[in-house]
Design a protein around this ligand. Structure first.
Ligand code: PA5
Length: 330
């Protein structure tokens, strides 16, 4: 029997084929402030990346709005619909008269949007928020007029191809297994270049934390070439082994050459790196593919080390205690 959490991860490619039924939409112009935390926040980042060049966006992970400008609008994303930070910004936006819209599978956010007749979309529920990336992205897109329509079928097809190549190859052991075994007992470090690969790296970090319960970091090149790489140099102490994972190669030729020089020097200095790559001509789809492999790697690592991928005990305790304090203050 397939583990239920793994089953959720398996649904991601199909989620991009789900057609949402939004109620209303946001204004077409003005800056879009996106609020969301955790898995919902990452969906907001991916949506922001998709809008790059067509609309200014700002992703907020806070209890309060940043400085606002005329014509700003708020897109609140919360899979559960009950995340306190998201609700706090949502309420402040209402008090300050911003146009606002909500993406949720239920909870207070959806209830309030319905009650006040505000634009909203209900996405399918019953999953861990981080597993609902496809539903969340389609939901976001449905509320923001003028945002270019991604080739949703192509996203699903690329993610399926990624899984076929990396997770379920026909003949040998899966390439993802090698990546996963390199991560075990090491500090995973994701070598990224550019916004898509960086965002994929952040998804891997969140996935490894929430699913496998292990820490990891993102290195952003070229900046990391000026500091972080020294921890992989031949004179570094190596008390804690580091597993470098390169998330995609830069598209641009000079950047690619620069990056390749870094990687070959890292190897000369004795560092272990592996390359995760599945090219796609659309940089957004490419980034989503790299991110999806992080879902798989984290679930497989969780299974290998024997931790429950779905459990978020400490986060749940925190949410509960904060809610109790808030009730006490009311
Ligand atoms: O993926 C998860 O379970 C978390 O990171 C949640 O996304 C986070 O706690 C916020 O919850 P929600 O997405 O329901 O707003």
């Amino acid at each position: 029997m397939t583990d239920p959490f793994r089953e959720q991860v398996m649904t991601l490619p199909d989620q991009f084929g789900h057609c949402p039924s939004p109620r209303g939409s946001l204004p077409r112009d003005g800056r879009l402030i996106i609020v969301g935390l955790g898995g919902s926040g990452l969906a907001g980042e991916f949506f922001g990346l998709h809008l790059e060049g067509s609309r200014e966006t700002l992703v907020v992970r806070d209890l309060a709005l940043p400085e606002i400008r005329d014509h700003d609008a708020l897109l609140a994303i919360s899979y559960s619909g009950n995340t306190r930070e998201t609700l706090s910004v949502w309420h402040e936006a209402g008090d300050r008269g911003l146009a606002r819209a909500a993406v949720a599978s239920g909870g207070r956010l959806l209830e309030e949007a319905r009650e006040h007749d505000l634009p909203h979309v209900e996405i399918p529920g019953g999953m861990a928020p981080r597993s609902g990336l496809g539903y969340l992205l389609r939901g976001c897109w449905s509320l923001v007029p003028g945002s270019p329509e991604p080739g949703w079928d192509e996203v699903g097809a690329h993610l399926r191809k990624m899984v076929t190549h990396w997770v379920e190859p026909d003949d040998s052991s899966s390439p993802i297994d090698e990546v996963v075994s390199s991560l075990r007992g090491s500090l995973p470090v994701f070598l990224t270049w550019g916004s898509g690969s960086r965002l994929a790296g952040r998804r891997w970090v969140a996935d490894l934390a929430e699913n496998a319960k292990v820490p990891s970091v993102v290195w952003e090149f070229p900046e990391s070439a000026h500091n972080a790489i020294m921890t992989l140099s031949r004179e570094a102490p190596r008390d804690q082994p580091i597993a470098g994972v390169i998330l995609g190669e830069p598209r641009d030729k000079p950047a690619r050459e620069y990056f390749r020089t870094v990687v070959s020097l890292l190897e000369e200095h004795g560092a272990r790196t592996s390359l995760v790559e599945e090219p796609h001509e659309d940089s957004w789809i490419h980034a989503l593919g790299l991110a999806h492999l992080g879902d798989w790697a984290s679930v497989l690592l969780a299974e290998t080390i024997g931790v429950e991928a779905s459990s978020l005990s400490l986060m749940d305790d925190l949410k509960e205690q904060l809610a109790r304090k808030e009730e006490g203050n009311e």
